[in-house]
Design a protein around this ligand. Sequence first.
Ligand code: URA
Length: 225
Amino acid sequence: MLLMKIPESLAKQGKERIKNYPVEGFVYGEGPDHPVIMLVGEAPGETEIHNGIPFSGRAGKELMQSLDFLGLTRDDVYITSAVRSRPYKWGEKKDRKSGEMIKRKYNRAPTGGEIKAHAPILDYEVKHVNAPIIVTLGNIGLQRLAGKDKKVTQVHGQLLKQPVQYLENPDAGFKWTEEAYEIFPTFHPAAIFYNRSLDEKLKEDLVKLKKLIEDRGLKNEQGRT
Ligand code: URA
């Protein structure tokens, strides 16, 4: 099994383009170059920027349960996100021991500028990872690839066959690829914490995705070069 690696020059360019935004760290996508599926999240959180492993925090635990249900492990899939650095905002929290207010960083959704700054990285992955199905997790990943008019609440659990957006020129807008890709949108695992009623819908999506993977024999194809 060959691991997919983006060119270091692309990572360097991404770090440079995002450096003036309130973000920290840089997490690479991870997985084989012929995965069963490719997962596209939003942006890493605190855990991920410390250990460099995508989806290794609380949302990651939830995601691993979904993979388990699909009969897959982390090694079968390519995991990435729209933005590779952790977008944060400052907030205050009361220290439990001292009662003092302490300043700390909170996660926030990436902005359009941050998504554009790291767009060439995801563009490269979409092109080179050779994933038969791209599973977007939440609205950020979905809209980055399938366009702003898509809403996860409306299209989750459906297999979309369409061009994806890519950014050729950072000063211009996104363009559409000539080739069509298969995109399966579902919810972001962190959304489940805030809205447990999504649990049922996520389960239904996973049943559909599992059937798709089995019907196409994707699990058995994984590892081919
Ligand atoms: N959310 C993401 O989109 N990616 C991570 O790695 C963690 C949380």
